[in-house]
Design a protein around this ligand. Structure first.
Ligand code: TXA
Ligand code: MG
Length: 320
């Protein structure tokens, strides 16, 4: 069922079904985080290996105590600075975080999402269950290895045929940020970034007053080189090289809006800012797929911060 009412998604999740839910980053495929059966359906629906852990989405930082055991002081500072928002923290797990969420690891990933509609779902879920620690386990709502959906329609294209009539798709329009949350490993003495996102490395250092650690013991499956891959092959090119590049005629082009479209290329996206670049990227890659283009030429955004995160996703998408 399609709905625009967050209460429908909350009821559906509370009853042990799956709900596609919007967040400020990407759409997730949500299940009640302590329901082994519902969570197993998330893995089956995505075709995801069961040792790839899921993020537990919670209503607020207080609820973190139910899921995370030892929360270092620097992690507390990150919660204060960026929650609700596009930041996921990996902490030592507490008793609520079962093996079927953590992929058998002794750490758990937690996030308080920033989108008001996602928070409405969590608020309603907590009140329906009379449990303020209620969590929604939700990976991105794409098939394993594919491009994360940034609209309800994209999520339906990915996994719609695997949902049942009891499951719900909550539509709140396009996601504001458009790429997945920043993930910080908080299991060691120093924070370490496992996945870049809207919250930048510099911001993590600033909020914690610490240097980022370089190596982590934590295994983050899903950080595979070839991930976020469309079927169309992705060719990364610097703007200056674009005119000389031998590209098949009819290829797609994603590039900042100052970059002109060479003759014969199909312009798929021309974002004016890095924020727009991130927000439109997955839609544009999906369009390349649906137009059945053999190649999409991509001129990455320049600069640091969010541009680093976008380039990270592009590098993975370009990895054959
Ligand atoms: O923005 C997001 O984070 C979206 C929205 C829906 O919240 N979710 C998302 O989930 O991107 P997913 O499952 O597609 O990516 C989460 C990543 C995976 O690569 C997983 O391996 C890693 O987080 N992860 C989860 N739990 C972990 C843990 N305990 N230790 C290390 N990595 C973990
Ligand atoms: Mg994902």
């Amino acid at each position: 069922m399609m709905t625009r009412d967050p209460a429908d998604a909350a009821r559906c999740i509370a009853a042990g079904h799956l709900a596609v839910i919007p967040t400020e980053t990407v759409y997730g495929l949500g299940a009640l985080a302590d329901d082994a059966h519902a969570v197993s359906r998330v893995f089956a629906t995505k075709g995801r290996p069961i040792d790839h852990p899921l993020i537990a989405h919670i209503l607020d930082a207080q609820a973190a105590d139910g899921w995370a055991g030892a929360i270092p002081e620097y992690a507390q500072r990150l919660m204060d600075a960026f929650w609700p928002g596009p930041l996921t923290l990996v902490c030592a797990r507490n008793n609520r975080a079962a093996d079927f969420i953590t992929g058998g690891q002794d750490s758990v990933a937690i996030r308080v999402p920033g989108s008001p509609i996602t928070r409405d779902v969590l608020q309603e879920l907590c009140s329906l269950r009379d449990d303020p620690f209620s969590a929604i386990a939700a990976p991105s709502a794409n098939r394993f290895g594919g491009v994360s959906p940034t609209t309800a329609q994209h999520a339906i294209e990915e996994i719609g045929d695997r949902l049942t009539t009891d499951d719900v798709v909550l539509d709140a329009g396009p996601c504001a940020i458009g790429i997945e949350s920043t993930i910080v490993d908080c299991t060691a003495d120093q924070p370490r970034i496992l996945r870049l996102g809207k919250v930048t490395a510099e911001e993590v250092e600033h909020a914690t007053g610490m240097q980022l650690g370089r190596s982590s013991q934590v295994r983050a499956p899903g950080m595979l080189a070839a991930h976020y891959s469309p079927r169309t092959s992705v060719l990364l090119v610097e703007a200056a090289e674009l005119p000389e590049q031998a590209v098949p005629s009819g290829a797609g082009l994603i590039a900042p809006n100052g970059v002109p479209t060479p003759p014969g290329l199909v312009r798929l996206s021309e974002p004016a800012t890095t924020e727009e670049y991130a927000a439109d990227l997955y839609r544009a890659l999906r369009e390349a797929d649906s137009l059945q283009l053999s190649t999409v030429v991509v001129v990455p955004p320049s600069g640091a911060g969010l541009a680093d995160a976008v380039r990270d996703r592009l590098t993975r998408a370009a990895h054959a």
